[in-house]
Design a protein around this ligand. Structure first.
Ligand code: UT7
Length: 329
């Protein structure tokens, strides 16, 4: 059986830049703290009238172009996001409308920052089972809409952006050799949005208590992030039959440079082989690994035979890792 491949990638970030100096004017923080504790210098912020579906659409159009397929060849659209345009209908359906692809199945998938990897796994299964031929995977986040710019613990971390790819069995690209996923709902409260769901519908009280924003216990999340991404990556490499030394590029979730450096050390990947966007985009949740993969492909052009290790971690808690190998058609 031929394995599923990523045959084209795309990404999009909004124009507006929010720098550490800008944040210094909003909350009690400073550039030195943000850079040394997170590695972040800037992040992108969507325009008031630019939404998750708009950014996802732009990333999707560039992934379709890069795959060299007609959009009418797409059989299914999956959108990973925790900041959808609406609770329903899905952002995938809105993007489908904009692409003019009426009729094909579309759904949103919510696995927080691990969403891109969850969507890759889902598409791999769809394609390899023969259910669909070409899947459009999108990750898009407008985190600025759910970030509390009065909370210095979180507002320095997040940014907006989108990534997309086409998964197929035919064509040149990155073979998805192995994926491993996991989650732990017992830790759900470490990183969550307290209100807005049916447990706590929007009310004057929830708005007053700032419960429609991201709440995070950063220190605890940090510990889980390192442990889970490390074990998921080990498992994915084992499944792919590869040793750590064979990793050509590490493409990690862009949440914190200290987490990334720890992972790089544990997998013996020199920092020049770790692809980072954290300094310019901050943490874009589900989009983070996808944007990094697209920029890696465009800026460094990995060679045929190179092995990429992707790993992510986020609310849920959820985590995942994938091993990709660049191949000719
Ligand atoms: O994408 C989903 C997964 N997310 C993650 O993986 C994030 C994981 N966590 C982290 O990256 C880090 O925990 C943070 C970057 C969020 C925080 O770094 P930390 O080293 O864990 O800092 P902390 O929360 O323990 O705070 C240390 C100090 C505190 O002051 P006191 O209590 O020691 O006086 C904070 O109030 O730093 C203070 N602090 C800040 N100071 C200046 C917190 N945020 C800021 C800030 N500017 N923006």
């Amino acid at each position: 059986m031929k394995k599923a491949k990523i045959i084209g990638t795309g990404s999009y970030v909004p124009e507006k830049v929010l720098t550490n100096a800008d944040l210094e004017k909003i909350v009690d923080t400073n550039d030195e703290w943000i850079v040394s504790r997170t590695g972040m210098k800037e992040r992108r912020i969507a325009a008031d009238d630019e939404f998750t579906s708009d950014m996802g659409l732009k990333a999707a159009q560039s992934a379709i172009e890069s795959a060299g397929i007609e959009k009418t060849e797409i059989d299914c659209i999956l959108v990973a996001t925790l900041s959808p345009d609406h609770v329903f209908p899905s952002t995938a359906c809105i993007i489908q409308r904009e692409l003019g692809l009426e009729g094909i199945p579309c759904l949103d998938l919510q696995a927080a920052c691990s969403g891109y990897l969850y969507a890759l796994a889902q598409s791999k299964a769809f394609v390899e089972s023969g259910m669909y031929k070409n899947i459009l995977v999108i990750a898009s986040e407008k985190l600025s809409a759910i970030t509390d710019y009065e909370d210095r613990n979180t507002c320095v971390l997040f940014g907006d952006g989108a990534a997309a790819c086409i998964i197929s069995q035919e064509g040149a690209g990155y073979v998805i050799d192995a994926i491993t996923l996991g989650s732990d709902g017992c830790q759900a409260k470490l990183l969550h949005m307290p209100a807005g769901g049916v447990r706590s519908p929007a009310s004057t009280e929830t708005v007053k208590n700032r419960e429609h924003f991201i709440h995070m216990n950063g220190k605890e999340v940090f510990k889980h992030a390192v442990r889970r991404m490390e074990s998921a990556s080990e498992e994915a490499l084992l499944k792919a039959g590869l040793s750590k030394e064979k990793v050509s590029w590490l493409v990690p979730h862009q949440a914190n440079i200290r987490i990334i450096e720890t992972l790089a050390k544990r997998f013996c990947v020199p920092m020049e082989r770790v692809f980072m966007t954290i300094h310019k985009y901050g943490n874009t949740s589900a989009s983070s690994v996808g944007i990094a993969l697209d920029e890696l492909e465009k800026e460094k052009t990995p060679k045929v035979g190179d092995h990429l290790l992707l790993t992510a971690f986020g609310a849920g808690l959820t985590w995942g890792a994938a091993v990709l190998t660049k191949e000719l058609a």
